[in-house]
Design a protein around this ligand. Structure first.
Ligand code: BES
Ligand code: MN
Ligand code: ZN
Length: 512
């Protein structure tokens, strides 16, 4: 099913279809002989666990005061490399501190591949939560994109072992399993987004989704061009018009084993590469990262892939809207009018506002399905990146209970969001003289693009509770920062997993 163009020479075996899955993760009550590095969390002004063999004063004399994510490697005559890891003040401890500390340890011991992390003395938060955060921090900190033969800087992790007391073992094990699944999701999302578009076309992503569906246990249906025409997906087809690569809509269906406790529609923007189209982007550093314009679709696929293992009780129907956005003689032009799924016509006054065009077809389809909530995630607007920077995603929505669930998941996963307003008076900027609406505000004028994009999407969701997450800034890390690695961040995969696995259908009383 995968197609290739002649212009770019591809590897014969796509990296993503062959990548072996990561480390072994386990829990133990005693240190195994084959462990090569041991991380020991230390609180500020508190005696460290005995297995470190040093008092707090001795650590302090060596310049280590247990500040969050600080490390001190303590050489030993033999045995594993010992690393003291700061977790800050004991009363301020949260999952984020532990994730950061585990990441700092993984980096301090970057040449070691069998890592044990002690959870001794960590009793300020549920053990399950601590174990999950530790596993995420360890695995994500050592992530490197290796699709194209770049030499690794740190060795890959073979083994992760959490050390706990026997009383905590069961809770730690369940947290560790969850952390492993969450980390796998983020790692897959990073790999997908880091892969350039000529090595991961829409149809190659479809192949990968089919493979993951078979292996992990969810249904996958691919809608190619003809099927999209039948469905009247003029948004996705319009954006694809300039491309030599065919478009596709990838539908993923996850059904829980027992009776579903709710149902979510998920939509991901899958622009494999965004050149801007006829509204061509300038040749700048932002343009240079547009291979990641499918980060929303990557997060959705990566999250859905882990739902079976986590035994999620909510059913999830997901749509990945995939194509690249290219200029050519057949590309959409400014002033073109397209008809989207459901019949709404849209005047295209900027072909670089393509994300909302591909998403609106799927939102309309999901709205017909009457889910308890619809969520979409997209690298949608530079405007939200400028407003919130690289750390925080923009959040929009029409239902307080749903917004609350997204915010809670953001706290839990360390993938922050900030709610922005759907300010009704701005809506008229999307009025068109020739179609039902247009895709952006007037060209040239200063526009609240992030808000307008969200208000455009809101036109397609019917009366469903809905939240929109704009990850334009957060999809990319400029530099390494503990478990956040330079390049494509995989932001959203763990956030969506956490929303789906804790989902409670909102009641009508919380609708705006
Ligand atoms: N994919 C871009 C958004 C983007 C910008 C992602 C920078 C990552 C970094 C999106 O398709 C886009 O081009 N948006 C335009 C919208 C505008 C034309 C209304 C933008 O933000 O400039
Ligand atoms: Mn664009
Ligand atoms: Zn885009």
């Amino acid at each position: 099913m995968a197609r290739t163009t002649e212009t770019v020479q591809r590897q014969t075996k796509p990296f993503l279809l062959q990548r072996p899955m990561s480390a072994n993760v386990s829990v133990a009550t005693a240190l195994a002989a084959n462990v090569t590095a041991l991380g020991i969390p230390v609180f500020e002004a508190r005696e460290p666990p005995k297995n470190l063999g040093l008092s707090f004063d001795r650590l302090k004399a060596a310049g280590f005061t247990a500040k969050p994510a600080s490390t001190l490697v303590v050489p030993q005559a033999d045995g594993p490399l010992m690393v003291a890891v700061g977790v800050g003040a004991s009363d301020a401890l949260d999952a984020g501190n532990i994730r950061d500390a585990a990441a700092a340890f993984a980096q301090a011991a970057s040449s070691q591949d069998r890592l044990a992390f002690s959870l001794e003395g960590i009793d300020q938060l549920p053990f399950e939560v601590a174990a999950q955060a530790a596993v995420e921090g360890l695995l994500l900190a050592r992530y490197e994109y290796t699709g194209f033969g770049r030499e690794r800087k740190a060795s890959p992790i073979e083994e992760v072992i959490l050390l706990t007391s026997s009383a905590q073992e069961a809770a730690a094990r369940s947290g560790a399993e969850r952390g492993h699944a969450y980390a796998k999701a983020t790692i897959l999302a990073r790999d997908l987004a880091n892969t350039p578009h000529s090595h991961l076309t829409a149809m190659q992503l479809a192949d990968l989704a089919i493979k993951l569906g078979k292996e992990n246990g969810f249904e996958v249906e691919i809608f190619e061009k003809q099927a999209l025409q039948k469905l009247n997906c003029g948004g996705l087809l319009g954006v694809n018009a300039g491309s030599v690569e065919p478009p596709c809509m990838i539908k993923l269906t996850y059904r829980p084993k027992g009776k579903a406790t709710g149902s979510i529609g998920l939509i991901g923007k899958g622009i494999m590469y965004d050149s801007g189209g006829i509204s061509l982007k300038p040749n700048d550093s932002v343009h240079a990262r547009m291979k990641n314009d499918m980060s929303g679709a990557a997060a959705v696929l990566a999250a859905v892939a882990e739902l079976p293992e986590l035994g999620c009780s909510t059913s999830v129907t997901a749509y990945l809207m995939c194509t690249d956005n290219m200029p050519s003689g057949t590309a959409m032009a400014l002033g073109d009018i397209i008809t989207t799924h459901g019949g709404k016509t849209v005047e295209v006054n900027n072909t670089d506002a393509e994300g909302r065009l591909v998403m609106c077809d799927a939102l309309a389809i999901a709205a017909e399905e009457k889910h308890d909530a619809i969520l979409d995630i997209a690298t949608l607007t530079g405007s939200v990146m400028r407003a919130l920077g690289p750390d925080i995603a923009g959040l929009f929505g029409n239902d307080e209970a749903l917004i609350k669930q997204v915010k809670r998941a953001a706290e839990a996963t360390g993938e922050p969001v900030w709610q922005l307003p759907l300010h009704k008076p701005y809506r008229k900027a999307l009025d068109s003289d020739v179609a039902a609406m247009r895709n952006t505000g007037p060209t040239g004028a200063a526009q609240p693009d992030g808000i307008l994009a969200a208000m455009y999407l809101a036109e397609f969701i019917g009366d469903a509770p809905w939240a929109h997450i704009d990850i334009c800034g957060t999809a990319w890390n400029e530099r390494d920062q503990l478990w956040r690695r330079a390049g494509c961040s995989g932001f959203g995969a763990r956030l969506l997993l956490d929303i789906a696995t804790n989902f409670a259908p909102p009641t009508p009383s919380t609708r705006h």
